[in-house]
Design a protein around this ligand. Structure first.
Ligand code: PBG
Length: 329
């Protein structure tokens, strides 16, 4: 326990010099702690900026090697692939999710062919990049159908696993999908494909710029509150995690990140499993635009990222990952 008493104890003693501050550091970041999200788009030789997210781009597949080369040079363990799907490929059932020639599948194929196991690939399992209504599942009278959606998610999972995705990340928040996906993977010979469950995903306004980036913003009807979690709750987060661990999740994600450090911390303390945090698009946007406008210094980035480690996150999905070595310097 904490003991000691002023004046024999002076905590400022160890803060006086830089060497001493470094000596007593409790938390730190390395490139191993970062996952890079990559936005993919159709076309040739294009890099398209995303208005609300300074320095973040969508890339055509022929540009993917540049991004992956840099990620490997930065020593990142994993990238996460997200597609910007053209509107004419979207429909109410999100069938493009099951097209083996869709952007994500092509990208997995390209990366695995060229880089083998030099870097991990994580892919979302959810329908929102592919549905005409922008929801993560099948929509019926304003409600997202649970079990019917899972049947499609199983096929999306099998397809992505078959092409070579290393880590499937169901981000849909349907009940029971982890168990069903795990069983289908095992039955079809993908015993070693990992599952990173977005077990705790809040219905959040922090996702705004992402929906812009993947082109689902204008399409989304209503909100996602009948499947994503209510931000007023925290016990419920533990129930979600407990269920997903039993169903076979290897790791869990908490999302958004910074406003939910209490959740990261209590999951880590209760379950002692790998916990990932997603510093989502809105968090990135606020930091990046604040820095750009000169409202805050760029030191704010590292302060925000270390907070995740302090809370107990093993790794962070961040749009800063591609520049992480410069930031950590
Ligand atoms: C889709 C998905 C979302 C994000 C990652 N996967 C958005 C949503 O649920 O609407 C958000 C990521 C971000 O904001 O950076 N299921």
């Amino acid at each position: 326990m904490i003991t000691g008493k002023y004046p024999s104890l002076r905590l400022r003693r160890s803060r006086k010099n830089d060497w001493s501050r470094r000596l007593i550091e409790e938390n730190n970041l390395t490139s191993n702690d970062f996952i890079l999200p990559i936005f993919l788009m159709n076309g040739k030789n294009k890099r398209q900026s995303i208005k609300s997210m300074p320095d973040v781009y969508r890339y055509t597949l022929d540009k993917l090697s540049f991004v992956i080369d840099k990620a490997i040079k930065n020593n990142l363990p994993m990238v996460a692939l997200f597609p910007y799907t053209q509107n004419n490929k979207k429909n109410s059932l999100g069938t493009e999710a099951l097209n083996e020639d869709n952007l994500v599948c092509k990208a997995i194929h390209l990366i695995k062919k060229k880089y083998k196991n030099e870097i991990g690939i994580m892919c979302d399992v959810a329908l929102d990049p592919y549905t005409s209504h922008g929801h993560d599942g099948l929509l019926k009278s304003g409600y997202i159908l649970n079990d019917e959606t899972i049947e499609i998610l199983i096929n999306q999972s099998l397809l992505q696993a078959q092409i070579g995705c290393d880590v499937l990340a169901p981000s849909d928040m349907m009940d029971g999908r982890i168990g069903k996906i795990r069983r289908a993977l095992d039955k079809n010979g993908y015993k070693m494909t990992q599952i990173l469950s977005y077990a705790v995903k809040y219905a959040s306004s922090f996702y705004g710029p992402f929906r812009d980036a993947v082109g689902s913003k204008g399409l989304l009807k209503g909100n996602k509150k009948n499947y994503q979690m209510d931000f007023k709750n925290s016990d419920e987060a533990l129930r979600e995690v407990a269920l997903d661990i039993k169903e076979g999740a290897d790791m869990v994600m908490v999302k958004p990140g910074l406003p939910y450090l209490d959740i990261i911390s209590s999951i880590k303390q209760n379950f002692r499993i790998p916990v990932m945090a997603y510093q989502v698009s809105g968090e990135y946007s606020l930091l990046a635009n604040g820095i750009k406008k000169g409202l805050v210094s760029k030191e704010i980035i590292i302060e925000s990222l270390v907070a995740f480690k302090r809370a107990g996150a093993n790794a962070i999905v961040s749009y800063y990952s591609d520049r992480i070595n410069d930031i950590l310097k």
